[in-house]
Ligand binder design. Structure first.
Ligand SMILES: Nc1nc2c(c(=O)[nH]1)N[C@H]1C(S)=C(S)[C@@H](COP(=O)(O)O)O[C@H]1N2
Ligand SMILES: [Mo]
Length: 363
């Protein structure tokens, strides 16, 4: 396999065109801040080539002062801001939902559609303040320069967030990722970074920001990235009725032991990552080695705030035989994870946050 987009040689490619993949489970937790070469990629179309010198960002819609900004103007007019933030795709862990019932036409993500980077750029709030939103503005819609094709139409990827979120200090227009210029596959020259929300709202190759009364009518806001009840399928769906996804739910991933490891019975050290959404924090992670009857608390690494994942590790006692190690996280709203993927199955395969499970053989 040829190495694409400067990715690590062990990068797990789920699809070559458009390019989609992420860090293998063995490397997901190797660093708190994911190196660019391992950061997961979710593309719905080919990576567009954007000339940074000709680039202009448009801010229009319900604003008193529409703006058209070059990168140089963006840098000159607004203070530079930095933030470490985790991005996670709403489709992360879809494979476990696919094991419950088929989900045709969607990417079979394991647990690798989540990564953390140190982002730098300007605050969206500062740019919006310069554009002066009008009272009718309730949502901030992003449109991108890539060319997606769905149902015979070609259009740029897009999505929106509520104005209140857009004005929050954690939302950035980023042109730097881990101290490097934003790589082409991650949205160069400029992308939105919307921590706490599904990855789809962190629109890459940003062309336009439109203030409007309603959420974006872009396919990826109006139809895709909605959560439907379990009886809804591609055949009977009414696209307008699903829950429009925004904030992520609390979730956890076990990175060690590896699935299907053979190990010595007795004390086993488990390691993983937990994520909360929407500005909530990871408060606690429980571990079990008997399918969730008895739980022991995991040790949590230092809390880096609500916008990043939290590493955990802990010892569990594993007796001889085929065993399953289980983890579940709790967030600062006292919410936790459902037991089985079957409880959250939906035909698009979003938001699987069932207990993390690793099967091992203990001798
Ligand atoms: N323009 C554009 N922006 C996009 C996408 C896309 O396909 N096109 N994918 C979105 C989705 S679904 C996710 S999960 C994140 C992934 O960001 P990354 O590729 O930098 O990890 O980008 C989002 N922004
Ligand atoms: Mo995504």
């Amino acid at each position: 396999m040829t190495i694409q987009f400067d990715k690590h040689r062990d990068f797990l490619v789920r699809q070559a065109e458009p390019f989609n993949g992420g860090p293998p489970l063995s490397l997901l937790r190797a660093d708190f801040v994911t190196p660019n070469a391992l950061f997961f990629v979710r593309n719905h179309a080919a990576v567009p080539e954007v000339d940074a010198a000709d680039y202009r960002l448009e801010i229009d819609g319900a604003v008193r002062k529409p703006l058209r900004l070059s990168l140089a103007e963006l840098h000159r007019r607004f203070p530079r801001r930095e933030l470490t933030a985790t991005l996670q795709c709403a489709g992360n862990r879809r494979l476990e939902l696919m094991a419950v019932a088929p989900i045709p036409g969607e990417l079979p993500w394991g647990s690798e559609a989540v990564s953390t980077a140190h982002w730098a750029g300007v605050r969206l709030a500062d740019v919006l303040a310069a554009a002066q939103p009008q009272p009718s503005a309730k949502h901030v819609a992003f449109t991108a320069l890539d060319e997606c094709e769905r149902h015979g139409h070609r259009f740029g990827f897009g999505g929106s967030i509520p104005l209140a979120k857009a004005l929050a200090p954690e939302v950035l227009l980023a042109d730097e990722m881990n101290g490097e210029a934003l790589p082409p596959t991650h949205g160069a020259p400029l992308r939105a970074v919307v921590p706490g929300y599904i990855g789809a709202r962190s629109v890459k190759w940003l062309e336009r920001i439109t203030l409007q009364e309603r959420p974006s009518s872009n396919y990826f806001q109006a139809k895709a990235y909605r959560l439907f009840p379990p009886h809804v399928t591609a055949q009977n769906v009414n696209w307008d009725q699903g829950l429009m996804l925004g904030e992520l739910p609390v979730n956890a991933i076990l990175c060690h032991p590896n699935p299907d490891d053979t190990l010595a019975s007795g004390t086993v050290h488990a390691r993983g990552v937990a994520m909360a959404g929407g500005g909530r924090r990871v408060e606690r992670v429980d571990l079990s080695s008997d399918g969730g009857r008895a739980w022991t608390p995991a040790e949590l690494d230092a809390d880096d705030g609500p916008w990043t994942w939290r590493f955990f590790h802990g010892a569990v006692e594993v007796s001889r035989g085929k065993r399953e190690i289980v983890a579940r996280a709790w967030d600062s709203a006292a919410q936790t994870q459902p037991e089985h993927p079957a409880q959250v199955w939906n035909f698009k395969g979003y938001m699987n946050n069932a207990w993390a499970r690793v099967r091992v053989l203990a001798r």
